[in-house]
Design a protein around this ligand. Structure first.
Ligand code: ZN
Length: 78
């Protein structure tokens, strides 16, 4: 990874930049895995899949309607 201040190469998991000495934790580069887990809502993964599938179905239905309308217009124009 790279330092957000001086863009120097920083060792993964390092808390301080060895080039300019800033605290990478303060810049939000180093994230504590425990705080990340607590902040994540547990239902998010289960809720996203059906919504995404419904959106795909809606897009497919819209595509079919569009195709039918297009064919209808082409036939009418002759
Ligand atoms: Zn730096």
């Amino acid at each position: 990874m790279h330092c957000p201040k001086c863009a120097a190469e920083v060792r993964e998991g390092a808390r301080l930049c060895q080039s300019c000495g800033i605290s990478l934790e303060e810049y939000g580069v180093v994230r504590d895995p425990f705080t990340e887990d607590k902040g994540r809502p547990p239902a998010a993964g289960g809720m996203a899949a059906p919504v995404r599938r419904r959106m795909i179905i809606a897009f497919v239905v819209f595509d079919i309607i569009l195709a039918v309308v297009l064919v209808f217009f082409i036939l009418k124009m002759g």
